[in-house]
Design a protein around this ligand. Structure first.
Ligand code: ATP
Ligand code: MG
Length: 145
């Protein structure tokens, strides 16, 4: 088993230069150990991809809020940004391979497709809620085992 709380802290620390460059803050106040069984390195990749998006598609001086809920069997976390948001018409496509809302932007359009696949392999689910020009919340549910 690994500690998901510690993994979040690692990744947040790893993103420090990116957040600093945009004068952004990541709020993460969860302090309990959260032990789960799964592919730690792949789930770390999920956190990196989701936080990379939250930073990349946000304006300067905004805040990203991470919240975690858990029960006996499952853990659910939300990553909420105050960024550009996604139009409802684009929402179903963003987890598809190579899909980018703006074809001129940097990246490859693979981040969310990879997240989706890794989460699926853990019998979990990924859900995105977004409002254009207001922000996006990505919710991930995972069984602890
Ligand atoms: P990559 O992650 O491969 O470097 P990418 O970020 O473009 O490239 P995805 O992470 O798969 O690819 O995201 C797909 C598209 O969904 C993005 O190009 C962007 O348009 C949109 N998107 C993803 N996350 C957010 C977000 N938090 N806020 C607004 N738009 C987002
Ligand atoms: Mg991405």
């Amino acid at each position: 088993p690994f500690n998901l709380t510690a993994l979040f802290k690692d990744v947040i620390f790893q993103m420090k230069t990116k957040t600093k460059d945009k004068h952004m803050k990541i709020r993460f106040h969860f302090d309990q150990d959260l032990l789960m069984i799964g592919d730690k390195n792949r789930l770390k990749q999920v956190l990196i991809n989701l936080l990379d998006n939250a930073i990349k598609y946000s304006l300067e001086e905004t805040t990203i809020i991470i919240e975690i809920e858990e029960n006996e069997q499952n853990v659910k976390f939300h990553i909420r940004d105050e960024g550009v948001g996604i139009d409802p018409s684009e929402l179903p496509s963003v987890t598809k391979m190579f899909y980018q809302v703006d074809a001129n932007q940097s990246g490859t359009g693979l981040g969310l497709a990879i997240c989706q696949k890794i989460i699926e392999l853990h019998q979990g689910s990924l859900h995105i809620e977004s409002k254009k020009n207001e922000g996006t919340t990505v919710t991930v549910s995972l069984p602890k085992k």
